[in-house]
Design a protein around this ligand. Structure first.
Ligand SMILES: [Zn+2]
Length: 329
């Protein structure tokens, strides 16, 4: 006997299955991706060369946010920069997405564009980077140098609106600007690569001076206030930046070496959507950061997109500053 199927019922059944998959499947997938991660083994054998904090000038650091998503809880994400006001010249670490994000994404094939809109596009600027800086009372000509944690679109895009300021990049990261896969997938935007190459790039050379748990370092003003260290994995030339206000107020900005602070404290691999160029090195970076956290629990680590990490350094929220006294402005 043949059972006759009602086509409308089949369509309704299929649609309800798809809706159920979206409603329950996507959150379940994300929950597994975020909470089903097993901790990496501890490194446990790192020696430490404590930072010299005896020559620190009066410095101030400010949270410059251009975009954010998912509120202010532990999932909240941000696209931000850190403005450091230093007597020898102000410095901006990272700069969020380009104010021309949509226009730049439109040059990529449909599938790629959808990924860009779904992930970095969630953190599109609500205003431009210069506007966010001016809101802090910053005069743009005081900024001497831009230091990206790496060359991805959601970190250097904002620099398009600060056209005359030099950008500090390591030879490895300068090379990465030509990486075919990065350019094809939109991780590096061709216009932004060109912008960085057009006479703006300054070469970052690390010295073999150990700093904390790192074997190489670069002390920008040679006074211990802004110290860069290699943190490869997410991209080949990714860097981390120590910002030392005083002995009790130290920040370590780790770029995309972690997505949220939890990955550092619990030694977890990053979720799948923060793709690493060198996954082995990226995992090792998480292990190193975990070890550093164990050695220096008061060091405030800030992953580039983890809004909760920024809030722990800046309880007053975006657009506030911390100075050596630890006071908010
Ligand atoms: Zn990023």
């Amino acid at each position: 006997m043949k059972i006759k199927r009602n086509p409308l019922r089949v369509i309704l059944f299929t649609v309800s299955i798809v809706i159920a998959a979206i409603l329950f499947g996507v959150p379940a997938f994300l929950a597994v991706a975020l909470y089903g991660r097993r901790p990496l083994p501890p490194l446990g054998h790192l020696s430490r060369t404590p930072a010299n904090l005896s020559r620190l000038p009066r410095t101030e650091v400010c949270w410059v946010e251009t975009g954010h998503a998912f509120g202010s809880g532990s999932f909240a994400m941000t696209a931000s920069g850190l403005l450091i006001r230093h007597p020898k010249g102000d410095v901006l670490i990272d700069g969020g997405n380009s104010s021309r994000f949509e226009e730049e994404a439109s040059q990529f094939p449909m599938w790629q564009r959808l990924v860009m809109i779904a992930i970095p596009g969630r953190l599109k600027p609500r205003g431009s980077l210069p506007e966010a800086l001016r809101a802090l009372g910053e005069r743009l000509r005081k900024i001497q140098l831009l230091i990206p944690s790496h060359a991805h679109l959601d970190h250097v895009g904002g620099y398009e609106d600060l056209p005359r300021i030099p950008v500090l990049l390591s030879p490895l990261e300068l090379n990465y600007l030509y990486d075919r896969k990065a350019l094809q997938t939109g991780a590096v935007i061709p216009q932004q690569a060109k912008m960085l190459e057009d006479g703006r790039a300054r070469e970052l050379r690390f010295s073999d001076t150990p700093y904390e748990i790192f074997q190489q370092s670069f002390d920008l003003y040679e006074d211990g206030s802004i110290v860069l260290v290699p943190l490869p994995g997410h991209t080949p030339g990714s860097v981390g930046v120590f910002i030392n206000l005083d002995a009790d107020h130290r920040i370590f900005y780790v770029g995309d070496a972690a997505l949220q602070v939890r990955e550092i404290t619990e030694r977890l691999r990053k979720p799948f959507f923060l793709q690493d160029v060198e996954p082995g090195k990226a995992a090792e970076a998480v292990q190193q950061l975990n070890e550093l956290h164990r050695m220096l629990p008061t060091l405030v680590m800030i992953p580039a997109h983890g809004r909760s990490g920024f809030f722990s350094a800046f309880p007053g929220g975006p657009g506030t500053c911390q100075s050596a006294r630890g006071g908010l402005e």
